[in-house]
Design a protein around this ligand. Structure first.
Ligand SMILES: C[S@@+](CC[C@H](N)C(=O)[O-])C[C@H]1O[C@@H](n2cnc3c(N)ncnc32)[C@H](O)[C@@H]1O
Length: 240
């Protein structure tokens, strides 16, 4: 048990350091490598909350440079709290919200998903974009997200999935395995981070398997929307 906790802490530190080192290039590469489609994925994820909640209190887990939180600020929330383990990612997020004069709506706190630094039922909705895959323990992180939202509150997870169609899948594999790590390392100088991106996406549970993890974390009514040929998915669920 102690060994597992130590391993999780080491994983978290490593992940935090990795995101610290690519933070300065993160937004640029995100938009470049996804051809800008990541913006519309975040917009759709946020819509899942605005469809169901009025002026919600939202927690954005693994908020990074804050793009999902900024997108959610359009729905007139009561407040948004972004948490992340990378101080450098949060530094950029804070600068962005200051530039956009959103600091009265959004706040950022350094804190890990597996041990969220807020009391039970502090929020109406929890969301996470491209973060769960990086958690040292996805089930624990999702259970923590459940803990901090009220009964009947909603969770939205935006994460990479893998395409089905044979031809598209072939091009996707070439792009993800070879081109993406090459371009990522060229612009960020951090080869490992973009190799990790490819590996983590290829190995992460998707579809029914991921829905199973959300169910174990205590969510019900889970649905999945596959986007852009299946390369990204939005999973939504309700706190039982
Ligand atoms: C790929 S980025 C996603 C950032 C942002 N949500 C977005 O949509 O661009 C993943 C983020 O997860 C954070 N992260 C990874 N493991 C974490 C953990 N255990 N707790 C909190 N944040 C974590 C990283 O520091 C990084 O900022």
């Amino acid at each position: 048990m102690k060994e597992r906790k130590e391993r999780e802490e080491a994983d978290e530190k490593g992940t935090g350091r990795m995101f610290d080192s690519i933070a300065w290039r993160y937004d640029f590469l995100n938009h470049l490598l996804s051809f800008g489609i990541d913006r519309s994925w975040r917009r759709r994820a946020v819509r899942e909350i605005s469809k169901r909640c009025i002026n919600p209190r939202i927690i954005d887990v693994a908020s990074g440079t804050g793009d999902l939180a900024i997108e959610a600020s359009r729905m007139s929330p009561s407040g948004i709290t972004g948490i992340d383990i990378s101080e450098k990612m949060l530094e950029i997020a804070r600068k962005k919200i200051a530039d956009k004069k959103l600091d009265s709506v959004i706040q950022f706190v350094k804190c890990e998903s597996e041990n969220i630094c807020f009391e039970d039922e502090s929020f109406d909705a929890a969301m996470v974009a491209f973060g769960v895959r990086n958690f040292s323990d996805p089930l624990k992180g999702l259970s923590e997200m459940r803990r901090v939202i009220r009964e009947g509150g909603i969770v939205v997870v935006l994460e990479f999935s893998r395409p089905h169609g044979t031809i598209f899948k072939h091009f996707y594999n070439i792009y993800f395995r070879y081109l993406l790590p090459f371009i990522g390392s060229l612009f960020s100088g951090h080869k490992e981070a973009y190799r990790y991106l490819n590996e983590s996406v290829m190995n992460f549970p998707e579809n029914g398997e991921f829905i199973g993890i959300m169910t174990s974390a205590g969510f019900s009514g889970i649905s999945q929307t596959r986007m852009t040929g299946g390369i990204a998915s939005i999973y939504t669920g309700v706190r039982k």
